[in-house]
Design a protein around this ligand. Structure first.
Ligand code: DC
Length: 251
């Protein structure tokens, strides 16, 4: 199994990077970026943060407290409540995946104040992802979202943008929903996905866009293993370059 430390020892990696290695993975909904980010983090032994969970958490907080996710003041109130009570275990809450929460998440995500309130949680995690289950500091972190490479971690060591055709993303989402015993039609899922894509890409603050220095992977005709293999090639390439730079520096 390939791990980051197979190419550079943990100490070398620490010395070279002066902090955790940051891998930013951005892309539209159902592009496969979440699956990739989780598998990549596991494979490399890195920490993982799904930043979409924060916006979903704000949306659910708004809905649970009778606040209107489309109203900027209400959305900001919900974001403050969430920020005060946030813990990484929020990632495990299945109710955040409900369609009404997904739509509300994309509404609160277009409010600049909400994004601002959630900024520190994300930046702090990238800088200090904490310790792994063996009690050692994580050597790196994989962050998955829409603006990780452009706004949250513009200096990320590696940036990837995962994309796929909208029809294919909708088909994948339908399959996912049906496998969970939920009802879904391709037409409805495609429509909702396009509404969210439009809102995420056209908002004024931190819209979904490809960072200039990101590697793009189009997952339309790739399965999850193939996407992971491409991502690992990118990481390997980065580490080989870093190792060469370190050797040159030593001479
Ligand atoms: O990745 P996701 O579907 O769980 O994200 C939920 C919503 O949150 C999505 O509509 C876009 C928004 N989001 C965002 O604006 N910025 C992020 N870094 C992550 C998610």
């Amino acid at each position: 199994m390939f791990r980051a430390i197979d190419l550079l020892s943990g100490d070398d990696l620490k010395n070279l990077l002066k902090g955790p290695m940051v891998i930013a993975i951005d892309g539209p909904t159902a592009s496969g970026k979440g699956t990739l980010a989780q598998r990549l983090a596991k494979r490399l032994g890195f920490a993982y943060m799904d930043t979409g969970v924060l916006y979903r958490g704000v949306a659910k907080t708004a809905l649970d407290n009778g606040l209107d996710p489309e109203n900027a003041d209400d959305a900001a109130k919900a974001a403050k409540i969430l920020a005060e009570n946030y813990s990484l275990s929020l990632q495990e809450d299945p109710s955040l995946r409900l369609e009404k929460v997904s739509q509300a998440a994309s509404q609160v995500a277009s409010v600049a104040e909400v994004r601002n309130i959630l900024l520190d949680i994300q930046k702090n995690f990238a800088k200090k992802p904490g310790k792994n289950k063996d009690g050692e500091n994580y050597l790196g972190v994989v962050m998955d979202g829409r603006d990780v490479g452009t706004v949250i971690c513009p200096d990320a060591h590696i940036k990837m943008y995962i994309d796929a055709d909208a029809e294919i993303r909708a088909a994948r989402r339908v399959e996912q929903l049906i496998s969970k015993g939920l009802e879904a039609t391709h037409e409805n899922v495609l429509k909702e996905l396009q509404i969210r894509d439009g809102r995420d890409s056209n908002r004024d603050t931190a819209p979904l866009e490809v960072a200039d220095d990101a590697f793009t992977i189009d997952s339309s005709s790739l399965n999850a293993n193939e996407v992971l293999a491409r991502a690992l090639d990118i990481v390997r390439g980065y580490l080989i370059g870093a190792q060469a730079a370190m050797k040159m520096h030593q001479y």
